[in-house]
Design a protein around this ligand. Structure first.
Ligand code: UDP
Ligand code: MG
Length: 219
């Protein structure tokens, strides 16, 4: 009798805790910066040291591009080569799915680094429409780097990355897209006091030391 009561109250507590955990809102850090600024590299370092899940919008799009049966494969392929930004309906669904799957597999994984998104007004609008109230954007980690350094790094990466957009022609277009479309998004967040700017022109360890300062304070 008593054992039964204890068991049932234990079950109630654990189901209540599960409820709380399920109700945890995703906590998001947007990671932005030019192509080759080091977003992916630094995100990998962050994941090793902090409890974040790294979601690269570009990687998710490349996965979708090569998924057999994807209706968006060709579209994504041409947008990436042209350095253009894929319509947000596609990207936001991939991001939402990845976040949901991560949280479903482990309810403690509700902190996300969203790398390479939002890149333009359309992206931001799509995010707001789908995720407003469902996720908190804590801040924007902005890897600031000159265009010259960005281009050099991507050309170097292009020797082995196999990426269709790590060549001079695509890079010129990616830089233009970044300057015209992404910088204004960063500026918008800046006006809200949400940008944490990191000088990304230095080597990986030096940059990460600054990233750590930000995350230790408010990560
Ligand atoms: N891309 C996009 N929407 C996104 C993220 C990426 O359309 O939200 C496309 C875009 O064409 C971009 C390319 O994917 O130029 C590569 O993005 P990625 O973030 O992988 O490049 P990185 O900035 O890391 O070099
Ligand atoms: Mg990247």
């Amino acid at each position: 009798m008593i054992a039964g009561l204890i068991r049932s109250s234990r079950e109630k507590v654990s189901s209540a805790l599960r409820g709380i955990a399920l109700a945890m809102k995703p906590q998001v850090v947007f990671v932005l910066g030019g192509p080759g600024a080091g977003k992916g590299t630094q995100c990998a370092r962050i994941v090793q040291n902090y409890s974040y899940t790294h979601l690269s919008a570009g990687d998710l799009l490349r996965e979708e591009r090569s998924r057999t049966g994807s209706e968006f494969g060709q579209l994504i392929d041409s947008y990436i080569k042209e350095g253009k930004i894929v319509p947000v309906e596609i990207t936001i669904n991939l991001l939402r799915k990845a976040m949901e799957e991560t949280m479903k597999a482990d309810e403690n994984k509700f902190r996300f680094l969203i790398d390479g998104f939002p890149r333009n007004q359309d992206n931001l609008q799509g995010w707001t429409t789908v995720m407003d109230g469902k996720a908190d954007v804590k801040f924007v980690l902005f890897f600031d780097c000159s265009n010259e350094v960005c281009i050099d790094r991507c050309l170097e990466r292009g020797k082995s990355s196999g990426r269709t957009d790590d060549n001079r022609e695509s890079l010129e277009k990616r830089i233009q897209t970044y300057l015209q479309s992404t910088r204004p998004i960063i500026e918008q967040y800046e006006q809200q006091g949400k940008v944490r700017c990191i000088d990304a022109s230095r080597d990986v360890d030096e940059v990460f030391a600054d990233v750590k300062k930000v995350l230790d304070k408010e990560g």
